[in-house]
Design a protein around this ligand. Sequence first.
Ligand SMILES: [Zn+2]
Length: 351
Amino acid sequence: MEEEIAIENIIFLNDILNEAYKDYISIELDEPETKDLLYTSKIHLHSFTENRKCSVKYCRKKAVKSHLFQESLLRKNAHNGHYLYPAADLDKRKIKISKVGINKALTFPGFCEFHENMFEYEKKEQLEYDHELQTLIYKAICYHHIYWDIVLKKTESSVEKLIEKRYEKFEKFTNGKYRSLFNLLNIEFKDFHFADSRHKDFEQLLKKRKKIVNDALKFKRLIWQDIILDKEENLKSHIIEIDKVIPIFFSYLGNLTIKNEDLSFDDNACLIIHPFKESTKLIFTTKTENFSTLKKLLDRLDIESALHFILSSLLYVSDNWLINEEFYNKYLPVKLKEALESANFLPLKPI
Ligand SMILES: [Zn+2]
């Protein structure tokens, strides 16, 4: 007799849960509610400076506002004190090429005042020694690590907020219909996991961003070891130098794919495009074990294709760049400008 009642109870409970599930998946979030989440990878780092510590291992001092790119060179290559960069237009849900002043141009809470002095090349406006190159790459890697770490935290809180919002809507829509039953059974509604495809999307996004943060952290550790040992042991770099000052500052850390005939490179790499005193350098860095393939591929690039590579990087590799406005207007191919100005997201996926 007791058993029968128990089975009936379970069937009854299952019916209620099925019904609750049907009601729950019928709750849709509207666009403004999800907008915050979709665009959390377009953030400004200025407001985060207050709470961050220095990036250098074991240093617990407060980070000041660091420039990703050398400030004096930013000043020298600017047009009327500003740069163009791809900002997010949240209302139109697209990229808007906007102006940014030098003081805010790719600054981040990177290093304490003491460690800001480790970037010796910045005083000379050129790279002379391997050690200077390594600190430049270190700075770029730290930038990406901090950037994605903040983005990840913002994404996590946006996801939490969205889930809460959905539960709120559900409660309102069902008029608290299930509340008393769940109270009776001592079930906390918020702990209740429905098989919701939307949740899976959020989880995928979080997972992806966690991986980016971890990969950046790995690179940061490797380059720091190299700096301490003063060796190119873990990471190796290849530089392509163009004997013209191209006023584009660009930095990327993540998966890089380069293919040419029989060769292909598809792995994590750091790419920096940086104008110096009299030339522009494209600095490619990857793990030592992958370096030879990358180098073979880069050796095949002549100057013209290197220039082409710089321009296509603005569209296909990263949205983390600054460009002189006059240069943008005069020298960028019309088709590239059109593509940049009509993009919903950057970087675009190559077709
Ligand atoms: Zn420090």
